[in-house]
Design a protein around this ligand. Structure first.
Ligand SMILES: [Zn+2]
Length: 208
């Protein structure tokens, strides 16, 4: 039972454009310039392979830019489950688009199925991963996951919570090393019913 996406649904989340393949040589060239800008010698033994390694790392950390996240939201047929589903503590590693610095944390996804439509739990993790492996803002990452899940599954409600630590904050500037950023996307059923929302939050945070 595959659910088709309408044009409207497709517009609710950031969709992959047709991107050209990653140009590793061009990234490596840029990394060499950074090294030179730092007054380093890119040809010294310790740094010779660095531009190539960094280029490959950036390609891997942004691989989700070339994937369609909707492929992970295919409803499983024939299930009767209609109670809230929560998947907690999905590890995410993403890249802040303002500093090209990683932010890492946990993503929690809750939804209330409608008409028995559920999605495999590993698919929720893949959905979070596809959106994480892009140049991101934590706020957009959170809403993109929620909107794409909602569009694909048409559930009663979706709630996504991300708690993350941003290295652009913990390693530099104000250096609040233990600061965490919490973002929340709450759709439809969780928005209209404060009790359900509170129940989901309690289950996510482990507080009764
Ligand atoms: Zn940043």
């Amino acid at each position: 039972m595959a659910t088709k996406f309408s044009e409207d649904d497709a517009n609710q989340a950031s969709q992959p454009q047709e991107l050209p393949a990653v140009d590793l040589a061009l990234i490596a060239q840029g990394v060499r310039l950074i090294l030179e800008g730092l007054g380093e010698d890119p040809e010294r033994p310790g740094l010779q392979e660095t531009p190539r390694r960094v280029a490959e790392m950036y390609a891997e950390l942004t691989s989700g830019m070339r994937e369609d996240p909707r492929q992970h939201v295919v409803p499983l047929p024939g299930d009767k489950h209609d109670e809230m589903v929560i998947v907690k503590d999905i590890s995410i590693a993403s890249m802040c688009e303002h500093h090209l610095a990683p932010f890492v944390g946990k993503c929690h996804i809750a939804y209330i199925p409608k008409d028995g439509r559920i999605v495999g739990i590993s698919k929720l993790a893949r959905l979070a991963e596809t959106f994480s492996r892009r140049l991101q803002l934590q706020e957009r990452l959170t809403t993109d996951i929620a909107n794409t899940l909602f569009a694909g599954l048409k559930p009663i409600g979706v709630m996504v919570v991300i708690e993350a630590s941003h290295t652009c904050m913990t390693l530099r500037g104000v250096r609040k090393s233990d600061a965490k950023t919490l973002t929340l996307a709450v759709l439809v059923g969780f928005r209209t019913d404060p009790r359900t929302r509170a129940e989901a939050m309690a289950l996510i945070t482990g507080k009764e």
